[in-house]
Design a protein around this ligand. Structure first.
Ligand SMILES: C[S@@+](CC[C@H](N)C(=O)[O-])C[C@H]1O[C@@H](n2cnc3c(N)ncnc32)[C@H](O)[C@@H]1O
Length: 394
């Protein structure tokens, strides 16, 4: 495979350059790889400990003026090797990813759904913003990735108001369990005899529960039939619910009142906007890039998946709620075209201007009100962000 030098010491194969050109993307954005900063977010309460954290990283941290609690570090710093990271004082998360979460305007008490949650950098930020209120439901189709997300939530002691479910985000239908609990109280169903009640979460799941999950997986290894709860916190609303209550679904009309206040659809994509991701193909082999990024059929499947994730995430939103759709691809097909198709089919969806965007170092997307971060404009990884609200009528 031919390589093209993008004026850094990071050569890109011809096929990838062709993919970028076909999608109207300028290959020179990859040339900034060697100067692109790394980013961390401080765990709340660590603001007074900057000197200590700088000593642990052995470098100066520069505050990111446009994004609270974010700091940039020189490109060579290995965040995961630092004591500050290992002891849970900071998170490794790109500033553009932080902006996508910030755009949700999380307020105390929000019930948030993260439909493509793993490995969990954005989910942790949502949990930190919520603090001692609201709830977060994290969903991901990849069990091993969601298990890594659970490890992260536990490492940062953020699990109290969180539940994690392995499920297909295109069909996921559970409402926030805290909303369910409130509705249940109103219906007086707490008086009913309870069987199969969820007790305090333990990593040692009951034998019956494990068998049920194993049986379901064996029956249909490629398809997830029912969401599988792999973690829930003390105040996530799960404890005290019966299985039937937790897994009950409501009609689309009822979702207007019982749905989530905020939904994040950080969709699966070709990752072409992330230099560090593309860089990994140097080790994995450029043939893998061909199969996993450039294959046109895969891209068609992906855009359909993105559309279905966005549509289902929006269905689960309550009236007046907000949804963020983001991808780390910079192609129009995975971003503007997906949201245009979605807007055509969803008359209750309104594209919103993102409050803070005027102070953010990003460009407008091809559709007005959408945003594009890229390494040259933003000094961040590439990210597309669009925000929708759901109007009360349907
Ligand atoms: C871009 S990553 C999400 C990153 C995550 N939001 C974070 O901040 O760490 C996309 C995720 O979507 C998941 N995914 C792919 N197809 C899915 C589906 N049908 N339902 C739910 N998740 C899916 C992948 O397993 C992957 O973890």
């Amino acid at each position: 495979m031919m390589m093209m030098n993008t004026s850094s010491n990071f050569p890109l194969p011809d096929a990838f350059i062709k993919f970028l050109e076909e999608n109207g993307l300028d290959p020179s954005i990859y040339a900034s790889r060697d100067s692109l900063p790394r980013y961390i977010r401080l765990k709340p309460g660590r603001e007074a400990k900057i000197d200590e954290i700088e000593a642990e990283f052995q470098c100066k941290l520069s505050e990111v003026g446009w994004l609270p609690s974010f700091y940039s570090l020189p490109t060579h710093v290995q965040i995961a090797n630092s004591k500050a990271y290992q002891e849970g004082k900071v998170y490794g998360i790109d500033a553009a990813s932080g902006a996508a979460v910030q755009a949700l305007n999380i307020v105390p008490g929000d019930h948030v759904l993260d439909l493509c949650a793993a490995p969990g950098a954005k989910l942790c930020m949502v949990l930190d913003l919520l603090g001692d209120s609201g709830s977060v439901t994290g969903v991901d189709v990849a069990r091993h990735r969601l298990a890594a997300c659970r490890t992260m939530v536990q490492k940062y002691a953020l699990g109290d108001r969180c539940r994690l479910l392995v499920a297909d985000g295109t069909s996921f239908s559970l409402i926030p369990s805290i909303v369910l609990a409130a509705t249940k109280l109103l219906n007086g169903s707490t008086l009913e005899k309870k069987v199969d009640v969820f007790k305090e979460w333990t990593s040692k799941r009951p034998w019956k529960e494990r068998k049920r999950a194993e049986k379901a997986r064996a029956a249909s290894p490629l398809q997830i039939l029912e969401p599988e709860l792999i973690f829930y916190g003390q105040h996530s609303g799960v404890i005290g619910c019966t299985r039937d209550e937790l897994y009950q679904t409501v009609s689309d009309d009822e979702l207007y009142t019982c749905g989530y206040d905020k939904v994040l659809v950080d969709a699966e994509c070709t990752h072409d906007g992330s230099i560090r991701h593309v860089q990994k193909f140097e080790n994995w082999g450029w043939q893998t890039l061909q199969r996993r990024v450039l294959d046109a059929e895969r891209t068609d499947d992906l855009t359909n998946l993105q559309f279905r994730l966005l549509s289902n995430g929006f269905r689960l939103l309550k009236a007046g709620g907000s949804l963020i759709y983001s991808t780390c691809s910079l192609t129009v097909a995975q971003n503007e075209e997906v949201i245009e198709r979605f807007l055509l089919e969803n008359s209750s969806a309104e594209l919103q201007e993102i409050d803070d965007f005027r102070s953010w170092p990003c460009k407008s997307g091809q559709v007005p009100k959408t945003l594009r971060f890229d390494p040259v404009t933003s000094q961040t990884s590439g990210l597309f962000v669009a925000k929708f609200t759901k109007s009360p009528t349907f």
